[in-house]
Design a protein around this ligand. Structure first.
Ligand code: CTP
Length: 399
């Protein structure tokens, strides 16, 4: 069955340059079986035409609260009542502020105020607008009101600037929609702790040691677990990735911070440790290390706690603990040894030899090591790996 079969999405298109990307979004949602109805704000209509939205959605497009024809065909209350999810994309600073304040001066904001359905906002705007305290306030208020807000992506922007504010890629928006629509299903009521990303270990106040982990696999797993209805705490090292919608992210920098954040997140039913935790931290200098001529300074390394092993030893150990193993040779053998040594239930082993392109790339070849043996999966996109792992976790919990 298609992912969104039988689901109805009300897509509210705000007035931003990224509005044109909603055309692609509509196609992807419909391919997956969703019915998409669009509300186009006055600003949105400056960027895309009602005709394009109507052609792609094969539904009438609603543009004006006060159009009697629209109201008789489908009232604004009915519009949100028919939807399983309201998606605001692009959510402009103006729309977010109106939503946060509860204004209802047009069809889009009225539909948003009149609904008791889940709402996903996908902001896109200039980096300074995104970082402005007023927008920060809107976002904080909306999150407190239970609106899922997808973090914008970072990168070059249409306005010539660089930074967070770009509309996330369409597949990421689809994944966030899946997470919202899938709520309350297989993993409802299950709390899963996921660690992801690298850790940064300071050398002095200005420098640190890091690794090449992108965090993509861990974030994808967190998103898929949320899509199955789990309550997910994502303890993340620095990644620059957008937090998956519906996931509670706790940002950390060092392995010690990550250990503390994980301990604070317990009790959890399941822990999935995907983070590439630095094995060592530096005996850090309180002040910046200066060049002094002669010998370069020596860094003294101290072993970091093993967070995964610690979770396995915890008195309130999660029922299922899943570790990852990044190996460059004898992948399965090393993974089996790691499972024993750390005391976890499963190890998801992947070959990260440089020629595989796994680190930072989008695909992964997995060997799943469980007490029952080893399964080798075909090479899959990290999103598909994440989906399989989430499903396997649900199977293991008999959900
Ligand atoms: N891990 C952890 N805390 C650490 C190190 C690793 O929680 N300090 C977790 C990782 O999140 C992963 C698993 O342990 O789930 C395996 O990590 P990996 O780096 O492959 O293993 P190491 O224990 O570092 O072993 P080695 O470096 O010898 O391969």
């Amino acid at each position: 069955m298609a992912m969104f079969e039988g689901k109805s999405i009300l897509l509210i298109v705000g007035g931003g340059i990224a509005a044109y990307k909603t055309l692609e979004l509509i196609r992807r949602l419909r391919e997956r079986g969703a019915t998409v109805r669009c509300v186009l704000t006055e600003g949105g209509a400056q960027f895309v035409t009602p005709m394009s939205l109507a052609a792609l959605s094969e539904q009438p497009v609603f543009t004006d609260l006060f159009s009697l024809k629209d109201e008789t065909e489908m009232g604004h209350i009915q519009l949100s009542r028919l939807a399983d999810l309201l998606v605001v994309c692009p959510a402009t600073a103006d729309l977010l502020a109106k939503m946060a304040a509860g204004l209802a001066g047009d069809l889009a904001t009225t539909a948003l105020l009149a609904t008791d359905k889940p709402v996903l906002a996908v902001p896109a705007m200039n980096v300074r607008m995104w970082q402005h305290p007023a927008t920060r306030r809107s976002i904080a208020q909306l999150r407190a009101d239970g609106v899922a807000v997808l973090e914008p992506a970072s990168g070059p922007m249409a306005c010539g600037e660089f930074g967070p504010g770009r509309l996330p890629e369409v597949p990421d928006i689809v994944q966030a929609i899946a997470a919202q629509l899938g709520r309350g299903t297989r993993l409802a009521g299950v709390h899963v702790l996921v660690t992801a990303g690298p850790t940064h270990e300071p050398i002095d106040p200005g420098r640190y040691i890091a690794n090449r982990s992108s965090g993509k696999q861990g974030y994808a797993i967190a998103a898929e677990l949320a899509a199955l209805g789990a309550t997910v705490t994502l303890v993340s090292g620095p990644t620059g990735l957008a937090a998956p919608a519906g996931v509670t992210r706790v940002d950390v920098e060092t392995a010690l911070d990550m250990e503390a954040a994980c301990a604070a997140a317990l009790p959890a039913d399941v822990a999935v440790c995907v983070a590439a935790v630095a094995d060592w931290r530096v005996e850090a200098a309180a002040q910046k290390v200066k060049k002094q001529g002669g010998e370069p300074p020596a860094l003294r390394l101290i072993e970091n706690p093993d967070i995964l092993a610690g979770l396995c030893r915890a008195t309130n150990r999660p029922r299922l603990v899943v570790g990852f193993a990044a190996e460059t040779e004898k992948v399965i053998e090393h993974a089996q040894a790691k499972r024993q040594k750390k005391g976890c239930d499963w190890i998801v082993a992947n070959d990260v030899a440089p020629e595989t392109g796994v680190m930072g790339g989008d695909a992964n070849t997995i060997h799943l090591v469980t007490p029952d043996g080893v399964e080798t999966w075909p090479t899959l996109a990290k999103s598909a790996v994440a989906r399989n792992i989430a499903e396997r976790i649900a199977d293991a919990l008999d959900r």
